[in-house]
Design a binder for this molecule. Structure first.
Ligand SMILES: [Zn+2]
Length: 160
């Protein structure tokens, strides 16, 4: 029969620092991501630590604008980071400090972009090793098929 120990003898686990402070939103960046030159295009976002499949990697935050303004800004730009989060609202991450804004398009993506309540979230589609470049399928892009895709995937669609 197990016996109850006197309370002094029960080891008390060290108190964890609070993960959330009331009134302060939790950090939306869940895994370390670094920005480095990409083999796909310009700069890319790379996992700086392993990410298990289906976990949220982080978010791309930016300036909230209208879709009309987003389309005006996107016109003629080769590198744009604007995500339409609804039929009327968009996030322009061009001046964002979030490393994930550098995530490139891939026709064989290891991550996916999800819009939830107006937020742009990136999730791992599979286990991602540290050092791997993150790629998402942009889907319908502002480039409207005018840009050549250089993702290098065997199943590359060729255009963006
Ligand atoms: Zn491609």
């Amino acid at each position: 029969m197990p016996r109850l120990l006197p309370t002094e003898a029960i080891p008390v686990p060290p108190k964890k620092p609070p993960t959330r402070v009331r009134g302060v939103p939790a950090d939306p960046q869940k895994f370390a991501v670094r920005v480095a030159p990409s083999r796909i295009d310009g700069q890319g976002a790379f996992a700086a630590e392993p990410v298990p499949a289906r976990r949220k990697i982080g978010e791309i935050r930016g300036e909230a604008i209208s879709v009309r303004e987003a389309r005006r800004r996107a016109k003629g730009q080769a590198r744009i980071m604007i995500v339409e989060v609804s039929e009327r609202r968009a996030i322009d991450a061009s001046c964002s400090g979030d490393a994930l804004r550098f995530v490139n398009h891939s026709c064989a993506p290891n991550a996916t972009l999800r819009i939830r309540r107006g937020r742009v979230e990136i999730y791992a589609l599979r286990d991602i090793a540290a050092g791997e470049e993150l790629g998402v399928n942009y889907g319908q892009s502002h480039h409207e098929g005018r840009l050549r895709c250089r993702c290098g995937a065997p199943a590359c669609a060729g255009r963006l």
